[in-house]
Design a protein around this ligand. Structure first.
Ligand code: ZN
Length: 326
């Protein structure tokens, strides 16, 4: 049960309004072009003025999904445009934390749009706490869902600022379910790490063939039987021809490193740390994510050649992993 004093304090935050956060720059074509390039968006409405005019606009418009981009701070913390508030609209999280709910995870965001945003507009947003749930228990732990609403406005010289969209941002502020209690920590010697097993994948009718293939040391890739397009991760429908018919092929296991990350923190059992994880491009052309083995993370290089191998864990699952080859 949550402390009644906490409930009273957080109730007082609901509806509280915070000041404006301004955009550094007016809505402009270079930022739109860079964003589209980075995100792989090729809709000419955002980059081709002639196309936009034919579509009934005066000039290009900003992609709606860029809404949040305009008012972001700089690369340094708290580097917001002049005139922006220095209030912390997340202060309620600190209050909840003070009652023993230390962890936070972003749960979801919802964007809604009133109209297209055009070149030259100056945007700002305000924030308010939209809602705070009752105390809830999820797989992660016990805590509160806090939803912040951020309406975005276009500034007008006449003072009639117009709402152009809204971002709803929800976080879960919680006590982790698996955190050891202080007395449990004290009772265990430090070197006696609990034997934690690797999490098992969620297996569905679409993915079962892949995991069964791994058990036979085969790397199986889904193939559309109508147009022969390979796809991974497995999905029910071909994105090329929309056919539901598929079979699978066995990949050679020859691959190269398309990209990678090295997990340093948090150190989560039973994984080794640092933990290199690759985005692997198979020679058949599809990519998958898998652990990298037999390499010092410092020696990883984009484009290096890899070969699959199958390793068994906890006597209950076999995973494809990739090892550099000369
Ligand atoms: Zn197809």
């Amino acid at each position: 049960m949550a402390d009644p004093k906490l409930l009273e304090q957080i109730e007082a935050f609901v509806g509280r309004e915070y000041g404006r956060v301004y955009a550094w720059d007016q809505v402009n074509a270079p930022m739109i072009r860079h964003w589209c390039e980075i995100m792989g968006v090729d809709n000419p409405l955002y980059t081709d003025a002639a196309f936009a005019r034919k579509a009934g606009f005066d000039d290009i418009v900003a992609p709606p999904a860029m809404l949040q981009v305009w008012c972001m701070g700089g690369l340094d913390n708290e580097n917001y445009a002049p005139g922006s508030t220095d209030e912390n609209s997340f202060e309620v999280l600190k209050v909840i934390e003070g009652y023993g709910y230390p962890a936070v995870v972003a749960v979801n965001t919802e964007l809604s749009f009133e109209r297209h945003i055009t070149l030259g507009e100056t945007l700002y947003y305000t924030s308010h706490v939209d809602s705070i749930s009752e105390e809830k228990t999820t797989g992660l732990g016990t805590g509160f869902f806090v939803t912040l609403a951020m309406p975005f406005y276009s500034k007008s010289d006449s003072g009639n600022d117009e709402k152009v969209g809204e971002l709803m941002f929800r976080v879960f502020k919680f006590k982790p379910a698996h955190a050891a209690k202080p007395e449990e920590k004290a009772a265990k010697p430090k070197d006696d790490k609990p034997a934690r097993m690797r999490p098992l994948p969620g297996v569905s009718d679409d993915t079962r063939f892949f995991w069964e293939g791994c058990e036979q040391n085969k790397l199986l890739i889904q193939r559309c039987t109508s147009c022969q397009t390979l796809r991974h991760p497995p999905a029910p429908v071909c994105i090329e021809c929309h056919s539901f018919d598929w079979d699978s092929i066995e990949a050679s296991g020859k691959a190269k490193l398309y990209s990678f990350v090295v997990m340093h923190y948090p150190e989560v059992a039973p994984f080794d740390h640092p933990n290199p994880i690759g985005l692997i491009e198979l020679e058949e052309g599809v990519r998958l994510i898998a652990g990298l083995v037999g390499v010092d993370p410092k020696d990883l290089e984009i484009g290096q050649k890899l070969q699959v191998e199958f390793n068994r864990f906890d006597d209950r699952q076999t995973l494809p992993q990739f090892r550099p080859v000369a």
